[in-house]
Design a protein around this ligand. Structure first.
Ligand SMILES: Nc1ncnc2c1ncn2[C@@H]1O[C@H](COP(=O)(O)OP(=O)(O)OP(=O)(O)O)[C@@H](O)[C@H]1O
Length: 865
């Protein structure tokens, strides 16, 4: 097979016992698809797996976004230049795939596998209208001519950095430039600045060009959100400077470190890659095709249709939760999913959004399978779960502003975020409620609209909602459905799971699921009752539960298997979304938690009033010895009376444990839905936990200090001023540290809880455990098992540190320091500076263990989402 009339070395390819030579200009395809040049029936090979093509005078190997990858030296490759004379062993479909041998001839027309010829002059670039000779200054990006060195992954090329806004294009002007097929410009003249070109991708019609018309050889066109970019793309998912197109003999697309990535043919671009006509480029929410001289919007009806093929979810025991679901949901469509409880509606939503992939089948968007290209497509999906995904204590504006910080690219300015928030507020008609508190000053329907607005911040073209109208009265139910109709009319594919049938008439399609996840009906709402032979929906639902259902209605049409349904990686971990830096997420989360605390009047009152109250209550202990034992010595018996000191310390320590537990036991469980959704779009569980630990740890420490201050001020301090001579400060340190440590234990437990109702029993459990194991009331010292268990209780170490400060072991001695017959000193109470420090250090270590436990519980709850 020979290619068109092009110059360059030949390629010899050996695979699966076949060997064949190809001339320059040929494109060789490899995959399971029978239409491939080399069709391989191997389970690890994707349908369209890899391509070898000739471009810009060189051969290139490109993986087409395959599932198991194309490997060279054990490493996955994206697009790889092949040097003349090079011989390469490639694994198609991963290490267990099919071996392929590539040999590139040394020069044009030479036999394949000839000796390498590094000095061979590069053939002229193959682009239309490219200069007759090689450019005097090669552009940045992969080699202008065929690569002469060993192959390397398509990484950052060695050229100069990309021109910034306002800078002249990279490289000097070409002498006597011939246009690259772009509009002709001044021959030999410097490339003039291009006018900024405002292009919101959502509004671009199919085939509409993205780039301006006056392009010239040697220019670098920067694409991004920033007004200073050559092409301004007003898309919240774009970074300010997102990508650049370098117009050299080979046109190169370079990612400029964008947050959400630039994707070429389904692969996230690392560095730069040469563009070939027909390449698909995804920038933010927009999909474009490179025609050879222009990026044109790809918005055909089929691109904007969500195609579902033979989706099947099988769980242990072979039970099917979804059974062969096949649908096509066109652009600007609203689809309701209805069915009896347990028929698989939520499971279907999980499978359609990729959050819980099905076991078999495909979900195809923009021509790509969602499960294998989840990284690329995840940003285009908005998902509104059943629970509200905003904090009820915040106002609409506050909640959306924090969400915008967490979801939009980190280089988005405050002004841009505010503008985006205003846009989604207007879109959901919440302008009048924007300063209302979400939890208390909004109706149920408005709360739902706030959740939808949160998802709209990133302008996703696919929107899924899980029962947005549950709990709403019929009027509000209809309101929400009309809002969804409006969102669909803007061009989106909207899918809504609902129990309500009152507003189905605003939908384009209704999907009725029968138990077992089988499609009982899919079509316009007007046909539902007729299909089931019923006069109302209650009858339809009764019929759906009828074991004879499939004898009473026509069976569903056979599943569509156009692309060849194949097993997907069921339950495989989803790739992580791009994440903002720790600092940025941490700062946002801390501010949001503080805003939530500050706006919760009850919590604020508890924070301010409870500590002094508890401190004051501890002063009810009978006696005037304060925290000094020496004044309680009975001259006759030579014994001390520790009851007053013990009572005071017990109240301080146990109360601080109570404050800590109450402060945090609901902190995670109450915002699980918020966290799970934010985790899915990039929130790091570690950063989330650290932000909570920081806020609640510090707050609780100071609450403990206030308790101790009020409980000790004006009273006699420890004998000899404690172990450091710092009196009440030592006790305050012990009480504050106990409060913070129990708070972090509470956070770890909160992550484990599945509902807020479980919070109160958990608080009681934590506080009782601290009371018993502190050793303040029930002796634990020297009691096997009990003593060892007590080491796990923060109150044990906090109490021991305070006991060390007040020298509580003295109560076990006579006035002259002799151990009482019945006495037993607790080594943790030893009145010495190093023991006091050790007690607090162990308390610190235990707190770190709670942080780790908290991290594990947060990770666990993120997966449950
Ligand atoms: N991981 C799982 N393993 C086994 N069965 C499961 C699993 N998850 C869900 N199910 C079962 O699958 C069926 C469908 O559940 P799903 O939550 O999708 O139904 P639904 O139609 O959304 O119900 P509802 O309307 O009550 O929310 C139910 O019978 C449920 O018990």
């Amino acid at each position: 097979m020979t290619g068109p009339d092009q110059q360059g070395p030949t390629l010899r390819l050996g695979i699966g016992g076949r060997s064949q030579s190809f001339g320059p200009g040929t494109t060789v395809t490899i995959g399971r698809d029978q239409a491939s040049t080399f069709a391989l029936s191997h389970g690890d090979v994707s349908r369209r797996h890899a391509e070898i093509y000739f471009d810009a005078g060189a051969w290139w190997l490109a993986d087409l976004g395959s599932t198991n990858g194309t490997l060279v030296d054990g490493q996955r490759v994206g697009t790889l230049p092949l040097a003349p004379g090079q011989s390469l062993q490639v694994m198609v479909g991963g290490n267990r795939g099919v071996a392929m041998q590539l040999e590139v001839g040394a020069t044009a027309g030479s036999p394949a596998g000839g000796p390498p010829s590094p000095a061979a002059p590069p053939p002229p670039p193959a682009y239309r209208g490219a200069p007759a000779g090689p450019p005097t200054s090669p552009p940045t990006g992969p080699p202008a001519g065929p690569p002469t060195g060993p192959p390397r992954p398509a990484g950052p090329p060695t050229g100069p950095p990309v021109a910034g806004p306002g800078r002249p294009p990279a490289g000097p002007p070409q002498p006597g430039p011939a246009p690259l097929g772009y509009e002709p410009t001044m021959a030999g003249g410097p490339a003039g600045p291009m006018s900024a070109h405002q292009t919101p991708p959502g509004q671009m019609g199919h085939g509409q060009p993205l780039l301006p018309g006056n392009l010239r050889m040697g220019q670098t066109i920067v694409l991004g959100r920033n007004q200073a970019c050559d092409v301004v793309i007003d898309d919240p998912l774009m970074s300010r400077r997102h990508a650049a197109i370098e117009l050299g003999p080979t046109v190169v697309l370079r990612d400029l470190g964008s947050f959400n990535g630039t994707f070429v043919n389904g692969q996230r671009l690392q560095g730069a890659v040469p563009l070939r006509p027909g390449d698909e480029v995804i920038l933010g929410n927009g999909t474009f095709t490179w025609t050879g001289d222009q990026l044109v919007a790809r918005n055909t009806r089929s691109d904007l249709t969500l195609v579902v093929e033979n989706l099947t979810t099988v769980v242990k025991g072979g039970r099917r939760l979804i059974d062969g679901l096949s649908l096509e949901l066109g652009p600007a469509s609203l689809t309701a999913v209805i069915g009896p409880s347990g028929s698989g509606k939520s499971t279907t939503l999980g499978a359609l959004t990729g959050t819980k992939p099905a076991t078999y089948g495909n979900v195809i968007w923009q021509g790509h399978d969602l499960y294998t290209h989840y990284d690329q497509l995840r940003h285009q999906i908005g998902l509104v779960p059943q629970q509200d995904i905003q904090h009820p204590q915040l106002t609409v504006r506050q909640g959306l502003s924090y969400a915008a910080r967490l979801r939009l690219p980190p280089d988005t300015t405050k002004a841009e975020r505010d503008q985006r928030v205003n846009q989604v507020v207007a879109q959901m008609q919440l302008q009048r409620q924007v300063d209302n508190r979400i939890g208390t000053q909004l109706s149920g329907g408005q709360k739902k609209r706030v959740s939808i607005a949160t998802e709209l911040l990133t302008a996703p073209p696919l929107l899924f909602l899980d029962e947005p109208t549950s709990g709403l009265d019929p009027g509000l139910d209809r309101d929400v459905m009309h809002q969804l109709r409006g969102l669909a009319d803007e061009g989106r594919v909207v899918v809504v799971v609902t129990h309500s049938v009152l507003a189905l008439d605003v939908c384009d399609n209704v999907l009725v699921l029968a138990p077992g996840g089988r499609v009982a009906y899919f079509g316009p709402p007007s046909g539902v009752l007729r299909h089931f032979g019923c006069t109302d929906y209650p009858q339809v639902f009764d019929l759906l539960d009828d074991p004879d259902l499939w004898r009473r209605i026509p069976p569903p049409p056979p599943g569509r298997t156009h692309t060849g349904a194949q097993p997907v990686l069921a339950n495989a971990p989803l790739p992580s979304p791009p994440r903002q830096s720790f600092g940025l997420q941490f700062a946002t989360l801390v501010k949001r938690t503080l805003a939530v605390v500050a706006s919760d009047k009850m919590l604020l009152a508890m924070l301010l009033l409870t500590p002094p109250l508890i401190g004051a209550l501890s002063r009810l202990a009978v006696g005037d010895a304060g925290f000094g034992l020496s004044s309680t010595l009975d001259e006759n018996s030579q014994r001390y009376d520790p009851s007053e000191v013990t009572q005071r310390l017990t109240v301080l320590i146990v109360a601080s444990a109570l404050i800590g537990a109450v402060m945090t036991i609901w902190a995670l469980v109450n915002e699980k839905a918020v966290f799970q959704r934010e985790y899915a779009v990039g929130l790091s569980p570690g950063t989330y936990l650290v932000s909570k630990v920081s806020v609640y740890g510090v707050l609780c420490f100071f609450q403990g200090v206030v308790v101790a201050f009020v409980g000790t001020v004006g009273l006699d301090g420890p004998d000899d001023g404690g172990v450091f001579g710092l009196g009440w400060f030592e006790i305050a340190l012990a009480v504050g540290a106990t409060c913070a440590s129990v708070a972090i234990l509470g956070l770890a437990l909160s992550g484990l809880l599945s509902s807020s109702e479980q919070g109160m029993p958990a608080v009681i459990g934590v506080v009782m455990t601290q009371l018993v194991f502190s050793g303040a009331i029930i002796a634990v010292n020297g009691r096997a098992v009990l003593e060892q268990l007590s080491w796990l209780a923060p109150a044990r170490w906090g109490y021991a540190a305070a006991a060390s400060s007040v020298d509580l072991n003295r109560a076990q001695e006579t006035g002259d320091g002799t151990l009482l017959e019945s006495g037993e000193r607790d080594v943790l109470y030893t009145s010495a500076a190093d023991q006091f420090v050790l007690d607090l250090a162990v308390l610190g270590g235990l707190t770190l263990v709670f942080v780790l436990l908290g991290y594990l519980t947060v990770r666990r709850s993120s997966r449950a989402g």
